[in-house]
Design a protein around this ligand. Structure first.
Ligand SMILES: [Zn+2]
Length: 108
């Protein structure tokens, strides 16, 4: 058997962005009133963060400490809550709005 084939797991550290994306799987997201989303902390339901669309950049912003302290220095920074909301929006879009024919029309 070839050792380089499937089943051999390369030991590699995940990047901080990959770790946040993995942790985002355990975050519960709901739509907020009147806009945006609320993400519930993975450790406790007590902690809630508000995620909203930044009108100028068209990027999502979060009220958690990670985003506030790191987001300023790294444009496009995505905390685990933003990552969770992007998945939430993506799944909803696919379920309700995505139209393959419209996509083809835009590419042409
Ligand atoms: Zn956050």
């Amino acid at each position: 058997m070839n050792a380089k084939g499937k089943g051999v797991t390369e030991v590699k550290a995940f990047s901080p962005a990959e770790q946040r994306a993995a942790r985002s799987e355990r975050i519960r997201v709901v739509e907020a009133e009147p806009y945006g989303w609320v993400a519930h902390s993975e450790s406790s339901d007590e902690f809630r963060y508000h995620i909203f669309l930044e009108p100028h950049s068209r990027l999502l912003a979060c009220t958690c400490a990670d985003f506030i302290y790191r987001g300023n220095g790294e444009p496009g920074f995505e905390c685990k809550h933003v990552s969770a909301v992007l998945k939430f929006i993506g799944r909803r879009y696919l379920a309700t709005e995505y139209d393959p024919l419209r996509q083809r029309a835009q590419v042409a």
